[in-house]
Every structure is written in structure tokens, then in C-alpha cells.
Design a protein around this ligand. Structure first.
Ligand code: P70
Length: 461
């Protein structure tokens, strides 16, 4: 019988020109390293890591075109040509009018929150993101989660788990009045939900609703092109549109954006704030000099802005997204073969293990996701990130948030690792899964005040 050939349709549309050598370690060395790091993967020296899936942020491999564009960097303090090129790319591929560069995403979140939030106002959003919510709270705002319920259920197969629940938003508006809403944030490919997309239909419905009520839509566009890829795969009427067209359409349904270019835009550092509103722009242009730098560099070198301009263009290429999201899917499918509980549908930037189901005997108060991330590192030197109760932190009144999702994120840097690396990762997760019953939880012995997950320390029970 003839064997059917299954096409590896996600194969990479690039080849390697330079490589970075990796160090391998022994189990004893890893046990020692994670103990020294207070069982927090953020505190591990990267030298001790074999495959680094901590984040897809700033960990991308740049192309030869990006590296050569960097040589054209105009390092003028004011009026840099490189800023003009970045601004031009943002206008062309994302469609926003006014652009303020920032050192990274949270710099843009800070500016925008300070400008648009009045003390006591609500800021609804499709699930929280750590830095975004903190800047909203520091500006006196109150975050309100308006994502659809399906997003909080790791097993629900809704194709657009990032969608905004317009009824939840409407209830908030009815309760407090539209003037108590600073704006709504819509993140594309919602990170904390597991890299889950928003549909165009939902964005359109939201646009109609917010226009009726005079509420601005601010787009966290950190992973917008990955979202566009899912729309192309899953939403009727978009199968023949390009990622580039879909990205432009998404942005056109919003009033402004914050961007961490370290993800989608394929660079190692950078971000920006964008707005279509001249008054907001004017205020941001004033404020940026206080926190970031002049409005034509915002904390970035000219060469960084050159790399962003080229990276944006490469990120909206269909073949790039096919390989990018395809690799993530490959890892997720491998984990499923081993019976490992992961968030489904598989997301755009990583695979998220459901630590509650993986370690049902470890209560949330003993940090199951933090524990699991440490165990995976000990097993193979693969570094992942906790996205559960430690990341969620405390409310302004001091109480712990108790997120429904208690996840370990295996985030895939763009254009960096191979399929064989993905196999190593899945096999390691499978080995830890086999031995899961022996794993004990942890106690937190040091808790920083802000964004505690970065520097918190733990001990094994
Ligand atoms: C990650 C990174 C950054 C990020 C994001 C979304 C949807 C804004 C930002 C901020 C880095 C990170 C940040 C906090 C905790 C852990 C990791 N996400 N919006 O790994 O952008 O980092 O450039 O200031 O995902 O998910 P920036």
C-alpha cells in the first residue's frame, strides 16, 4: 500500500546564516541552579539554560535585512531619519496616524494610562496583562475583565477565546455610566489566555458599540499579526485575505495602540504608542520626554528603529506566520500525544500547560505552575514561565488575585529553535508528567511589591 505523504506545511521560509552555541548541563548542576534562583525561572542565569522558552519577548532572531538596516541607523538626538522610517512603516502596515516611540511596551502603557485615565475611572479589557493593568492602577484606574467566559476555561475550544463579551462591557457602562470608562483595551492574541485570538466580527461589534457610547478602543497590538493569521485560518470571508490586509483592518477598528515591538515585530528591543487623535498625540509627545526621551527616539537608538521598520514588514508576511504559528502548534500537538493537559486551542506564541490538572494534588496556594516550571528546568534545562497566581499578584487592597488559569507557558522565540528542539521540550514535559505524583508544592519566602513574579523567591515544601 502506498503511504500517504503528509505535507510539513509549516516549514521555515528562511535558512541559518549564523548560530549561537548552547551549553548543556547535568541534572545536579540544574538542581543547584534553580535552588540558587529561589525556584524562580526569572532568576536563573541564562548560561544555565539549554532551551529558553521563558518568553518570546526580545528573543527573536533578526534577519540579514534587519541587521543591514541597523547600519543605516541615524543616531541624531533630534529629528532622526530612522524615526521617520519607523513611523512610515507603522503608518503603512498598521495605519495609525501619530506615533510616539518608547523603549518597550510598558513605556507606551505608562504614557497612555497617564494621559487617558482619570482617578476612579474603569478600564475594561479582554483579560488583564501584568504590566498593562499595573500602569492603569498606578494612574488611578480600576481594571475590569470583559473577556468572554470561555477564555477562563483551558479546555473550551472556542476559536476566538480572546473576544470581548459585549454584554459584560454593557453591564459595566450601565452600572457606572460611559463617562466613568477611561477607554477599553483590546489585546490581539491575548497573552494571559494562552495566545488566543479576537475575531474581526467581535472587533466590528465592539467598534459599533463604542462609537454609540463615545468610548475609545485602545489596541494592545503586541501580537497582532499572529492574531491575523488565526483570522485567516478560522474566520469566514478571510481565507483569501493576506495577513497584511487583515492586520490593517484590525487596526482600523481601534483608536490607538500600545506596542511591544519585541514580539511580533521581530526585534530585541523597542515599542511605541500610536493614536489617531491629535490631542492625545500632543500630550504624549510632551510626556515622552519625561520618561523615555525625545519624541523622535523615545529611549531607542536609531538603529533599533531601523530594525523595527524592517521587522514590521517581515512580520505581516503569510509564510512567516505560517511557520511561526505552525511551530507552536507542532509542540502543542506533541504534548497532546503524551496526554499532557494544555490550553486549547493551541495559541499563537506558545504552549500553555494547565498546572492545576497536571498537579491536582498541589493547591493553588502552593504555586503549582511555579513548581512545575522549576521541575521542567531540573529535568532538561528548558526554561518556561509561571502564568498563574504568582503572576496575578495582589489587588490594590492587598488581597491576592486568584486567577482561574494556573499555567506554565512554553513561549517560542521567533525564528530561533528547530523542530528537534521542540521534540526535546515535549519529551521533557512528558517525563515530568510521568513522575508528577512525587512533586510537592512550594512556599513564597520573598515577595516584591510590584510585578512580584519577576523577583519572588520560593522554597520546596
Ligand atoms: C511576555 C512579555 C510583554 C507584554 C505583552 C502584552 C500583551 C504588553 C507587554 C509589555 C514580557 C513580560 C512582561 C511582563 C511579565 C512577563 C513577561 N510581555 N502587552 O513575556 O511589553 O515587555 O515590551 O514592556 O505580552 O509576555 P514590554
Amino acid at each position: 500500500m502506498k503511504k500517504k505523504i503528509i505535507p510539513r506545511s509549516w516549514a521555515e521560509p528562511y535558512r541559518m546564516k549564523m548560530v549561537e552555541l548552547l551549553k548543556t548541563t547535568t541534572r545536579a548542576q540544574r538542581v543547584n541552579a534553580i535552588k540558587k534562583a529561589g525556584y524562580n525561572t526569572f532568576l536563573l542565569p541564562s548560561e544555565d539554560v539549554y532551551i529558553d522558552l521563558l518568553t518570546d519577548s526580545g528573543t527573536n532572531a533578526m534577519s540579514d535585512r534587519q541587521w543591514s538596516a541597523m547600519m543605516l541607523g541615524d543616531e541624531a538626538y533630534a529629528g532622526s531619519k530612522s524615526f521617520e522610517r519607523m513611523e512610515k512603516a507603522i503608518r503603512k502596515f498598521y495605519g495609525y496616524k501619530y506615533i510616539i516611540p518608547t523603549h518597550q511596551g510598558r513605556g507606551a502603557e505608562n504614557l497612555l494610562s497617564q494621559i487617558l485615565i482619570k482617578k476612579g475611572q474603569y478600564v475594561p479589557g479582554n483579560m488583564y496583562f501584568t504590566t498593562t493593568r499595573l500602569h492603569q492602577e498606578l494612574a488611578g484606574g480600576i481594571f475590569a475583565d470583559v473577556i468572554i467566559d470561555e477564555a477562563h476555561d483551558p479546555k473550551n475550544l472556542h476559536p476566538f477565546k480572546g473576544n470581548v463579551d459585549i454584554n459584560k462591557l454593557d453591564a459595566l457602562v450601565k452600572k457606572h455610566g460611559a463617562d466613568k470608562i477611561a477607554y477599553i483595551t483590546v489585546a490581539t492574541n491575548v497573552n494571559m489566555a494562552g495566545g488566543q485570538p479576537v475575531s474581526m466580527a467581535n472587533l466590528r461589534e465592539l467598534r459599533t458599540y463604542t462609537l454609540q457610547h463615545g468610548i475609545k478602543v485602545i489596541h494592545d497590538m503586541t501580537r497582532v499579526a499572529e492574531n491575523a493569521w488565526f483570522i485567516k485560518q478560522r474566520e469566514e470571508g478571510y481565507e483569501n485575505k493576506t495577513v497584511r490586509e487583515i492586520v490593517l483592518e484590525i487596526c482600523s477598528l481601534t483608536d490607538g495602540a500600545t506596542m511591544s515591538a519585541k514580539k511580533d515585530a521581530l526585534v530585541n528591543i523597542g515599542g511605541f504608542m500610536a493614536t489617531n487623535d491629535y490631542e492625545v498625540y500632543e500630550e504624549a509627545r510632551n510626556l515622552v520626554v519625561v520618561y523615555e526621551g525625545l519624541h523622535t527616539y523615545g529611549g531607542l537608538a536609531g538603529r533599533d528603529m531601523e530594525a523595527i521598520a524592517v521587522g514590521i514588514k517581515e512580520s505581516v508576511d503569510d509564510n512567516h506566520q505560517r511557520a511561526r504559528v505552525g511551530q507552536v502548534e507542532y509542540l502543542g500537538e506533541r504534548m497532546k500525544l503524551y496526554g499532557i493537559p494544555i490550553v486549547e486551542p493551541i495559541g499563537g506564541h506558545g504552549v500553555f500547560i494547565d498546572a492545576k490538572e497536571f498537579l491536582p494534588h498541589v493547591p493553588q496556594g502552593q504555586f503549582p505552575a511555579q513548581t512545575l516550571a522549576a521541575e521542567i528546568f531540573i529535568d532538561s534545562g528548558v526554561r518556561t514561565m509561571e502564568r498563574g497566581i504568582v503572576s496575578a499578584g495582589r489587588k490594590p487592597n492587598g488581597e491576592n488575585y486568584h486567577p482561574n488559569l494556573e499555567l506554565v507557558r512554553f513561549t517560542i522565540p521567533r525564528r530561533v529553535y528547530t523542530q528537534a528542539h521542540m521534540d526535546v521540550v515535549a519529551e521533557s514535559a512528558a517525563r515530568v508528567f510521568e513522575n508528577r505524583k512525587k512533586i510537592k508544592g512550594m512556599v513564597m519566602i520573598y515577595e516584591p511589591k510590584y510585578l512580584r513574579f519577576f523577583q519572588a523567591r520560593f522554597e520546596k515544601l
